[in-house]
Each structure stands twice: as structure tokens, then as C-alpha cells.
Write a protein that binds this ligand. Structure first.
Ligand code: NAI
Length: 245
């Protein structure tokens, strides 16, 4: 049983499928939560969804593409909780865009959310980290496997994996840095892909189903917890066997 009693989680993209599931797992294990998302409406719904005492929950509009927005979220978390123990830069954006017609704007926006956003939040959080901190970056099977019509997204997630490995070396021994690489997880993000290629992809998945957001959340919790105290620079694949590294 993992306990995050007295620990503070800072997470972006918290109002999405994996974000909400992760918030629930950490809240259930006793953590206090500093949560940001661009979608203020869904963020506001999290108060009821999480049902936490006000002194354990901070919700803030946050745009990962803006470094000042990340600094502001960290400032608020530090003021409210006194520091940060776990950082999960989880915000993501998965547009479908064939490479031949991909615009520079689309390429830049996708990199800005999925890669630059991770840089901004992790760098902003560094001064607020307390001893035995853990960063858990959210990559994607696309980083290992490629993803047709999502070359920008796959390239960004490949960058996230390299960033995790570099930070694992640079921030040791005080901070552990690991990544999860989800495969097909049942959230709004994956719906267009499932509509286009669902049966083919499920047939190629040894466990023959989509993953649940909670199954990614549990892996994030493991990598953030003392149960993985000798693990850093690792990538945990959460994909039902669709890609076996
Ligand atoms: P989701 O679409 O449900 O959640 C993504 C969240 O990121 C949304 O709440 C959205 O408002 C937020 N967001 C988007 N742009 C933002 C910005 N500029 N600033 C702040 N927040 C922003 O997607 P899901 O599935 O929960 O994705 C979570 C993470 O998991 C992402 O990094 C995604 O790339 C990754 N992932 C998901 C997979 C899946 O099958 N669902 C597979 C592989 C990776």
C-alpha cells in the first residue's frame, strides 16, 4: 500500500482522463494536490470529483506553453503547501495531421504543449522541490513505435523520454526522474484513433483491450513512491503488450 501522506503532487493537464485518475490515486493515498489545466470548466468540476478538504487541494488555470504560467502555479503551490515532492507534467495534445500537409504552426504548437511544456513545468518546480523528490514524465508509445499522421506528437514524446533520462542523471541523487509510456488508454484523446483503427489496434494488443486511465495512474504512483526508490531514468510501458520494448 502506497502512502503519500504529507507529500505534495504538482500536475499539469490534471482535468484530462489520465490527470483525473492520477489525482484520485494520489488523493486516496493522502497527498495534497496542486493541479493545473487549460480547461477551466473541467478543472472546476474536479473539486466535486475529488472531494478533498480545501487545505489539500489547489486548482489553477495553467497553460504549459507559457513559462510564466508554470512559475505562477509553482508559486501558488509553494505558498499553500510549503514545497513540492512529486511533479507529473501530464498535459498533452494529440492532433491528427498527415506529415505532407503539416503546417509549421501545427508542428510548433504540438511541440510547445508536449515537449516545451514539460521543460517549463519541471524547471519552474526545481527550486520548490523537497528532499526525495520524484518527477514522473508522461511519454507515449508513439515515442518508441512511431505514429502515422502524428509525427509532431511522436517527436515531442521522444524528446520527453530523452529529457527524462538526462534529468535522471543531472538531478541525482536528490531527485529521481522516470517516465511512463502509455499505449492506448481510454480517454477522449484516443477516441479519433479508435474510430479510425480500433479493431485492428485492439487485435494487435496482447491484452485485447484499451487501458484504463487508473492503470496509468497506478504506474505513475509507483514511480513517485518509495516502492521504486532505486529506480531512476527508467521508462515503464503501460500498453497491454501492444509494444514490448
Ligand atoms: P486528455 O485529452 O484527456 O487530457 C489532456 C489534458 O491536457 C486536458 O485536460 C487538456 O485540457 C490539457 N491541456 C492541453 N493543452 C494544455 C496546455 N497548453 N496547458 C495545460 N493543459 C493543457 O488526454 P489524456 O489521455 O488524459 O492524456 C494525458 C497524457 O497522457 C498526455 O501527455 C498524453 O499525451 C499522454 N498519453 C495518452 C495516451 C492515451 O491513449 N490516452 C497514450 C499515450 C500518452
Amino acid at each position: 500500500m502506497i502512502s503519500f501522506e504529507g507529500r505534495v503532487l504538482l500536475m499539469s493537464g490534471a482535468a484530462g482522463g489520465i490527470g483525473l485518475a492520477t489525482a484520485r490515486v494520489f488523493a486516496g493515498a493522502g497527498a495534497s494536490l496542486a493541479l493545473g489545466d487549460l480547461d477551466e470548466r473541467r478543472l472546476a468540476e474536479m473539486t466535486a470529483a475529488l472531494n478533498l478538504p480545501a487545505d489539500r487541494l489547489l486548482l489553477a488555470r495553467h497553460d504549459v506553453t507559457d513559462p510564466e504560467s508554470s512559475r505562477d502555479l509553482v508559486r501558488q503551490a509553494q505558498e499553500k503547501f510549503g514545497g513540492i515532492d512529486i511533479v507529473v507534467p501530464n498535459a498533452g495534445f494529440y492532433p491528427t495531421d498527415p506529415f505532407e500537409s503539416m503546417s509549421v504552426t501545427s508542428w510548433s504548437r504540438t511541440l510547445a504543449v508536449n515537449l516545451d511544456g514539460v521543460f517549463h513545468l519541471c524547471q519552474a518546480a526545481l527550486p520548490a522541490l523537497r528532499p526525495d523528490a520524484a518527477l514522473v514524465l508522461v511519454a507515449s508509445m508513439a515515442a518508441h513505435y512511431g505514429s502515422p499522421a502524428h509525427a509532431h506528437y511522436a517527436a515531442a514524446k521522444g524528446g520527453v523520454l530523452s529529457l527524462a533520462k538526462s534529468l535522471a542523471k543531472e538531478l541525482a541523487p536528490g531527485v529521481r526522474v522516470n517516465a511512463v509510456s502509455p499505449g492506448l488508454i481510454d480517454t477522449p484523446m484516443v477516441q479519433p484513433l479508435m474510430q479510425a483503427r480500433g479493431p485492428e489496434l485492439l487485435n494487435a494488443t496482447p491484452l485485447r483491450r484499451l487501458g484504463a486511465p487508473e492503470e496509468v495512474a497506478n504506474c505513475i504512483a509507483f514511480l513517485a513512491s518509495p516502492l521504486s526508490s532505486y529506480v531512476t531514468g527508467a521508462t515503464l510501458h503501460v500498453n497491454g503488450g501492444l509494444y514490448i520494448a
